[in-house]
Design a protein around this ligand. Sequence first.
Ligand SMILES: C[S@@+](CC[C@H](N)C(=O)[O-])C[C@H]1O[C@@H](n2cnc3c(N)ncnc32)[C@H](O)[C@@H]1O
Length: 193
Amino acid sequence: MSGYDTEKIQSLIGGHMDRPMVAVETGILLGDTTRKMSGMFRHVISIDIATGIVEAATTALADLKNVELILGDSAQVVPELAKSIHEPVLWYLDAHWFPGANISRENPFPLWDELDAIAARTYPDIVMVDDVHAFGRDDWGCDHPAGVVERWGELSEEAIVTRLGRVVKSLIAMDKVVCYLDDLPQPHNHIRE
Ligand SMILES: C[S@@+](CC[C@H](N)C(=O)[O-])C[C@H]1O[C@@H](n2cnc3c(N)ncnc32)[C@H](O)[C@@H]1O
């Protein structure tokens, strides 16, 4: 089942990250997952391309002091964050078309750009890609705007692992592909530029 179950997510993280500190979510929508993450991580960053969604979430999540909301295309924001966060990150990748939301017409499926940016890092991150039920299905989707084509058809656990390159273990749980990344020599020892 899709969604974010805090206890199950914690059990998937335990053993790989001693103290998961930072989480980055792509796709805020109502902020449900953002709120759950805020109780688990020191700092949570969530990105959405839709102005109305970021505005509503800013109000709905105003009580959460460790949450940072960014308005932008995750295909561009994730590469910036990947370079500037100098500690392990839980990447929760869930940006795609959704009714009532918005989408980048130039790049309607930001996942591959996100994965490339994370692949270039050297930290023992965890990557979760949501909605495995849609993988391999070019026909999947809910009332896409005319002319918008997402690329679910080429998506699989194997394709994600290959794209990330430095995966030490992967599995599917809770409708997500979960990839544990290798711990490579660190070029920096500070937290964030
Ligand atoms: C499935 S919903 C996210 C659900 C949310 N993560 C949760 O667990 O409740 C997908 C969201 O992705 C956003 N989105 C679509 N394309 C995006 C992009 N290129 N960059 C950032 N957000 C995007 C949509 O506006 C929508 O709010």
